[in-house]
Ligand binder design. Structure first.
Ligand SMILES: C[S@@+](CC[C@H](N)C(=O)[O-])C[C@H]1O[C@@H](n2cnc3c(N)ncnc32)[C@H](O)[C@@H]1O
Length: 223
């Protein structure tokens, strides 16, 4: 458990006797570290990948009163998991029209969690469709990134086009200001505070980046 978590998600998972919920256990600490600041603040969250509907119910309980949880799934049967505060959109995660439809109804989205197909092209397309539209202090999480190493998901170690290689390029983009012109400062550079890489999870934290300063301070009388 991290210092910012109260173990809610662990307990919820272990006590779940309702809709099917399938998560790696070490994800709960990561979620609590990056999502806790949104609790009881009525956030809007998109989770790509609904499956049994259990995770959508978990997010609603975790974020509390007023939270809106939006699920995206390609399987039309997932629609049955709609409930108070939980809305399901059917379609593919890389479909720009679907994403447009969601944003025209919910212009402010605070959190995205990609637990969809885990296929490289889809993960990158979703990121490109969604990241820049997130709230300036929002968070974007991609899970099960172990598929980045698996050819059946278009992955492989250092495979061009894998989401992990895409993420490595984004690390450089965060530092574009210091690249002496090798990289241009992008909208991503200006909008991103940090990227956190865990086993099988990558987190992008948005925060508008100001001009960098490096002033010196010293004690009176020192030279
Ligand atoms: C790992 S499951 C989601 C599990 C759920 N988030 C949970 O924690 O219990 C992945 C889901 O992604 C859906 N999926 C697969 N390809 C997709 C695509 N291209 N667009 C949207 N959803 C997709 C599948 O139908 C499946 O329900």
């Amino acid at each position: 458990m991290t210092e910012m978590s109260d173990g809610f998600l662990h307990r919820y998972f272990l006590n779940n006797a309702d809709k099917r919920l399938h998560k790696w256990m070490h994800y709960f600490d990561i979620y609590e570290r990056h999502f806790s600041r949104f609790r009881q603040r009525a956030p809007v969250m998109i989770e790509i990948g609904v499956f049994g509907g259990g995770s959508l119910a978990m997010w609603k309980a975790f974020f509390g009163e007023g939270a809106r949880i939006i699920g995206i799934d390609i399987n039309p049967q997932c629609k049955v998991h709609e409930a108070d505060g939980i809305e399901i959109f059917i379609g593919s995660q890389d479909d720009p029209e679907l994403i447009e439809r969601i944003f025209s109804k919910h212009p402010r989205v605070d959190i995205v969690l990609d637990d969809g197909s885990h296929v490289m092209e889809h993960m990158i397309s979703s990121f490109e469709l969604l990241y820049s539209r997130l709230h300036p202090h929002g968070v974007y999480v991609v899970e099960d990134t172990h598929t980045c190493y698996w050819p059946e998901y278009q992955g492989g170690l250092r495979q061009p086009g894998s989401f992990m290689e895409f993420t490595k390029d984004k690390l450089d983009e965060i530092n574009a200001v210091h690249s002496r012109g090798a990289l241009s400062v992008s909208d991503f550079t200006k909008a991103t505070d940090c990227i956190a890489c865990y086993d099988s999870v990558v987190v992008f934290e948005r925060r508008p980046q100001g001009k960098r300063q490096a002033p010196a301070t010293q004690a009176m009388g020192d030279t």
